[in-house]
Design a protein around this ligand. Sequence first.
Ligand code: ADP
Ligand code: MG
Length: 351
Amino acid sequence: MKKINLGILGGGQLGSMLCMAAKKLNIYTIVWSDDPVSPAKDFSDEFIFSNYNNSEKINYFAKKVDKITFEFENIPFDILDKLNSIKEVLPKPQINKIVQNRILEKDFVNNQNIKTTEYKKVSKKEDLMSNADLLPAMLKTATLGYDGKGQFKLNNLEDCKSISLSKNTNYILEKLVNLKKEISVIVTRFKKNEYEIYEPFENRHEDQILRVSKIPANISKEHFSQSIEYAKKISEKLDYVGTLCVEFFIDDKDNLLVNEIAPRVHNSGHMTINSHNVSQFENHIRAVCGLEKIKILKLYNAEMTNILGKEIIKFKGKKLQNNEFFFDYLKKEIKEKRKMGHFTEINKIND
Ligand code: ADP
Ligand code: MG
């Protein structure tokens, strides 16, 4: 069989882990990133460094690969679309148009009869003042945010008055949810009604950044099955191919609300490398490259902790027990709160 060449846009740690999974499946990876010191550079078979809007590189990349996917959802839609006209991009670029924008994303979710927190579009100060009934609230840029970047908590009218909004920027004002718990569901969809779904992960965030994820999640049977149903419905409606994550809030009245959709492999699923027979990364590659679907099986319970900033120093060279796994993203520069690696502990399933 001819070896498959897989093109991956974006070169962060998700790209590295996709490359490792591809290696296991004997798939050749070509990573394209606009950062010359991308972590995935050292894990890919071939690495392209250039801005994504370089038309020469677009043609070179698209001709060289058999399939294209991405590890970073904020690649401009026009570029994904152009690439898709030469070689198939999966998941489909049209999906990004919706999920790249927090307003369109929440409109889409509500249109499926799935609840989110209340929200309003905001583009100027007056919009903030006229939607004060949503306070306390989170104000987020409609596009391009991650790990809490571009987010501001507004407690009262004073906060609204003092915040300065950038010109020509759309924001979403989201009613603050009284969080009881956060969970996420990761689904890999292969085609119509064919998917593999991991059980919900329970997530704890600190300063809007994921800190710890674990399975099993300490949630009710109803939330367990409802969150899986919602993730399935969302992936089906988007005609999604590959791995997708739906992040949920459970509020203090036990309402299950969708927070956001990540059209890619997701931080909360890193433990699947060690806890399951097939990881979220391998599943993504299998789906995108049209390989066989394997029934997933949980082998262990697990807990994954993100290693942020300087914390990485003490992990390098740490002696590990045989149920502990440390992943160093090998980032060249330590920055405060930057995801530098993760640590997974697996434990026997007691049923
Ligand atoms: P990102 O794209 O950075 O992951 P999210 O919208 O998922 O952005 O927000 C990150 C975290 O911030 C959430 O997981 C949650 O802990 C907190 N958060 C965001 N929006 C709200 C909200 N409306 N109510 C309560 N907590 C929120
Ligand atoms: Mg999030």
